[in-house]
Write a protein that binds this ligand. Structure first.
Ligand SMILES: [Zn+2]
Length: 281
């Protein structure tokens, strides 16, 4: 199964989860997902080591789990859990080469998660000059991964926080050579959303849409999707939106039972929420 095929189907699927990071038993999670009509799970990698784990894990569930491979921008942000101290350009180059080889050798069809994060960088407390340098390295790391995807017509799952303009600018020259590209967990403004859709990118909707604080996001999505006759998941994909959990984090708030961690079966509730939001009178 590929992302292209899933987007033409009417299946619910989790387009961005860190499935391998969920603590609960994986076989049970898959059973729960299927029981809730969530038929596929994209398990998203944040670095090379994680990509290898995810790939091995995906082979246990080849009918349900789609593995990705990519290098997350937070690798370059001090204070982030993903931060790799002492990484230099030479080290990055080596990782990018390894990533390309890993993707080709194992026929990985989705590159990511990669992208730009200016939000956490801004909170790092680093001097502005150092922040600028890190931005440039993030841009390099991202563009090299876009190239890997473009060279092989692969899909991408992209992390963009407070960096929508630069993400779109880097993607632009490659867009015709890429498979489906999703700006996962989209939280940008209306203009960025409209620009991304204009470029035929996809926007990822997750539990954030159910949060009290997400009023603007709800208004923007409603404006983009109302009157489009969206009654089924397939209708939503046609408008270039995807559903995701970003599990184990971001538990949707429209559930009336207690869960300790987010998981793919909860896509059902995100879809319900989106459906009601778009179709409410
Ligand atoms: Zn993620």
């Amino acid at each position: 199964m590929t992302l292209q095929e899933l987007l033409k189907s009417n299946s619910l699927f989790d387009s961005h989860s860190h499935f391998s990071e969920i603590e609960a038993d994986k076989s049970q999670l898959i059973k729960d997902a299927i029981a809730n009509n969530v038929m596929y799970i994209v398990d998203v990698a944040v670095d090379l080591k994680n990509a290898k784990q995810i790939f091995d894990n995906s082979r246990l569930f080849p009918e349900q789990v789609l593995p990705t491979a990519g290098i997350h921008p937070e690798l370059l942000i001090p204070g982030s859990d993903l931060y790799k101290k002492g990484l230099n350009i030479l080290g990055l180059e080596k990782q990018l080469q390894e990533l390309r080889k890993f993707i080709l050798d194992n026929k990985i069809t989705i590159v990511g998660e990669c992208g730009l994060d200016y939000f956490w960088l801004g909170k790092s407390g680093l001097p502005p000059k150092v922040q600028e340098q890190i931005k440039e390295i993030q841009q390099y790391l991202f563009e090299q991964q876009v190239k890997i995807a473009a060279d092989n017509s692969l899909a991408m799952t992209i992390h963009s926080r407070a960096a929508e303009d630069d993400v779109l600018e880097i993607l632009e020259p490659y867009i015709d050579e890429l498979g489906p590209v999703v700006l996962h967990s989209f939280t940008g403004d209306y203009e960025s959303a409209a620009n991304a859709l204009e470029m035929e990118l996809y926007l990822g909707i997750n539990g954030i849409i159910t949060y009290k604080s997400a009023d603007t996001l709800r208004k923007d999505f409603k404006k983009l999707l109302r009157g489009k006759g969206i009654k089924t998941p397939k209708d939503l994909y046609k408008e270039h939106f995807m559903l995701e959990t970003d599990a184990p984090l971001l538990i949707p708030r429209n559930i009336n039972f207690k869960v300790r961690e987010n998981s793919p079966s909860l896509i059902k509730y995100i879809w319900e929420f989106v459906y009601n939001l778009i179709n409410e009178i």
